[in-house]
Ligand binder design. Sequence first.
Ligand SMILES: [Fe+2]
Ligand SMILES: [Fe+2]
Length: 287
Amino acid sequence: MPGAVSTNERLVAHVDRLAVEHPPIDLSSVDFTVRRPEVFAERYGHVLDYMARVELEVDRNVLEIATMLPDPPPIDVHFYRDVWQPQEIQHGLILDKLQVELGRPPAQPDRDSMGLKLKVLGALSHLGAFQDVCRMLYYLTGMSTERSAVLAYNLLHDGVVEMGETAISETVIAPIKRQEPGHYAFYQLSARGLWDEIAPWQRWLVRRMRSISFSPVGANNDEQKADFGDLMQSIGVTGDRAADFAAQISRVEKELLWARDAGLVVPPYVVAAFREAVELAEARRAG
Ligand SMILES: [Fe+2]
Ligand SMILES: [Fe+2]
């Protein structure tokens, strides 16, 4: 279309703006003063640990992306290597330092182990048409994880303000949460653009693979799923708010993948994954 701005041009402009407006947060800008460290650690220590781990695991995510997408568009590489990874690593380092200041052990991120499934996807991805399926899955995962981050940091911020821990809310949580919407926007723009381009069989495969592979952000095994269930409880995502959380992180995914399914509120695999996290957390608490 003459005069139309292509998705790629919009992505390039978006990533350039993120690079300029959101440099990685400098550790020296953070004030780690906590007025009531014991109370804070009791309420949010495990939340900090979960978030620090997930943020630090972007190192592994970058390896995963490189494996899954052997021939990615240059804008994807520019985004994840030059903008996204440096920002997220700082989020992780800051949150981890905060929990150590509170007397907790540092997070234990898995920075480099990659599953067989991913290697198989990577091998298949050398076929261009299959790589587009993997790219679509990557954007969908990016959307749901970044939207989860936005919502979780907002709720954590409210809780930290309410506790009167001003240094932490203003110099840790607020600066981190400001950087997440730009990540979400990148994946959303990418997902919408690619969905329009791919063929019906590719869309079918995306729906199938997404249905069997969805998990909440950072929850890769039962232990981590239970940790996620605990996190939801600690930031107040229970009952109706959990349903709302699931709906918000999958809104665009529902619109794109399941448009024909009129009346669907949340994709069932998202609801099931959240329910499983809550149940695993409850079972673990019950011993
Ligand atoms: Fe982050
Ligand atoms: Fe992010």
